[in-house]
Design a protein around this ligand. Structure first.
Ligand code: BES
Ligand code: MN
Ligand code: MN
Length: 463
């Protein structure tokens, strides 16, 4: 791997400048106004794959945004690594909260990133992390040290629920044949505490609409006499958690897997500072489900959160009005064995049942996704763990994450493939938030670590 590592060291500036150019493209998949940019990002990824040395680079059109594919099949007797990532990004708003424009990348140092970090939407999620794979691949190809066959599948709809990727992988099973899927779209504990993500939560996302009277009313003439949809919605939402912050939807926990004391003790070994956690978020305490630690609340326990709530008058000054309608968007993060469609159904039945007389409730399901846990005793996990040991000087800790990448469960169902999640982001990198950034340390460390995965994985498969 020496030539590969030398190539990386000699091309650090080029690797950084190329990422910066990719980050300039506002490939926001959620907003149709950016459609051209999303397509431009796909083209750019395809061009980068080609110049890195990939063959058969193809932009597969879908009914939504395209999927970029590329491969390098060097020897049918070698194992094949399929890299998945996404080139689309979250919307950048609220724009006024960015210290510098979201699509004009700048490098600044922070307390956590003394070597500097790239500030831009998508820097960490996921352009920066996806691009590490393209650059690691380039380094291996150009130095003649690619040890596995490699395939790339980079999509442009992850942030809107990977709408067309499911159909794509069903249709292209043969093309996507591989031994393992490799993803960098998660995080690690800290720059001196590498970790491998061994679980993701699933997701059930719903929108609710509460209707009271057929029109907005004078809050003096009608106040006290009719159900105010905003009051009612607030009450209904509040009732979804009890005094222990358990979710009150009947059946919600039925399939939740309770971890053993031993498993929970193992989890508790991962370093966690309550004070640093609070300080970083400017809160005087954490909040959550009774009898579980913060780490557990954010990974092995299911949750229900309102993501947005609106209705009535929210403009300047005061308007005395009872709104006809109130709305909320609610996400439920799910843990192994919970089934998104079932949870959505349980929510709908319960939410409709608690609507008081004088109101109408409509629950509309949005996208969902299955939770995943990945094995730690597999060849692939061991190959990854050894790779971290080489570049960080210590083994990675297995950690289950709270986030969701719904397609990972489908990879297993449709392609029969396990995924290794080598995430290099930090929770403090502000993904989906203003001032998203990605440490230069993390970017380069990722590029350095990935080739060792290929090497270890090839060696382990030979045995
Ligand atoms: N990369 C994230 C998911 C993630 C981040 C997992 C950090 C673990 C650690 C991904 O792009 C994402 O944002 N997923 C969405 C779900 C999707 C259906 C919109 C999420 O988790 O909210
Ligand atoms: Mn992502
Ligand atoms: Mn994301």
């Amino acid at each position: 791997m020496q030539n590969t590592q030398n190539y990386i060291q000699n091309n650090k500036e080029k690797f950084l400048n190329e990422l910066i150019d990719l980050l300039r493209i506002p490939s926001i998949s959620a907003d149709p106004a950016y459609a051209t940019n999303v397509h431009d990002a796909a083209q750019s990824v395809a061009d980068h794959l080609t110049s890195a040395g990939a063959d058969n680079v193809t932009i597969y059109q879908t009914k939504g945004y395209p999927i970029v594919y590329g491969e390098k099949m060097i020897d049918p007797s070698l194992p094949t690594v399929l890299v998945y990532g996404h080139y689309d990004v979250q919307p950048a708003d609220p724009l006024e909260l960015w210290d510098s424009p979201a699509f004009e990348p700048v490098i600044k140092t922070t307390a956590i990133h003394p070597e500097g970090a790239i500030f831009a939407r998508g820097a960490c999620d996921d352009k920066g992390q996806m691009f590490m794979h393209v650059k690691a691949f380039e380094a291996m190809v150009k130095s003649g040290e690619l040890t596995c066959n490699a395939k790339f599948m980079i999509e442009g709809e992850e942030e809107v629920g990977s709408v067309h990727l499911g159909t794509f992988i069903k249709e292209y099973k043969e093309l996507l044949k591989a031994d393992i899927i490799l993803v960098s779209d998660t995080g690690m504990l800290a720059n001196d505490t590498p970790s491998i993500t061994t679980g993701l939560r699933g997701l059930s996302y719903v929108e609710v609409e509460v209707t009271g009277p057929n029109r907005d009313l004078h809050s003096g003439l009608y106040g006290g006499c009719v159900a105010n949809p905003i009051n009612i919605l607030a009450k209904m939402i509040a009732s979804l958690h009890d005094e222990n912050n358990h979710i009150t939807i009947p059946g919600f926990y039925d399939k939740v897997e309770e971890l053993t004391r031993a498993e929970r003790d193992e989890m508790a070994k991962a370093p966690f500072s309550h004070d640093a956690y609070c300080k970083a978020l400017d809160i005087n305490n954490v909040y959550g489900e009774a009898s579980y630690s913060t780490m557990e609340r954010g990974s092995i326990r299911p949750t229900l959160d309102v993501n947005g709530i609106w209705g009535g008058y929210t403009g300047e000054g005061a308007k005395t009005v009872i709104a006809s309608k109130a709305y909320a968007k609610i996400s439920m993060r799910l843990v192994p064995h919970q089934v998104p469609d079932e949870i959505t159904e349980l929510f709908k039945t319960h939410f409709e049942s608690i609507a008081p007389e004088g109101t109408k409730v409509v629950v509309t399901p949005h996208h969902g996704g299955d939770p995943v846990v990945t094995p730690v005793d597999s060849i692939a996990y061991q190959a990854a763990s050894k790779a971290y040991e080489t570049t960080f000087g210590k083994p990675a800790i297995p950690v289950r994450s709270g986030g969701s990448i719904p397609i990972v469960a489908l990879f297993e169902k449709v392609l029969g493939l396990k995924t290794v999640m080598m995430g290099f982001g930090l929770d403090s990198d502000a993904i989906h938030s203003p001032n998203e950034h990605y440490g230069l340390f993390n970017y380069y460390k990722g590029i350095e670590t990935i080739p060792y995965f290929y090497k270890n994985f090839a060696e382990a498969n030979r045995k």
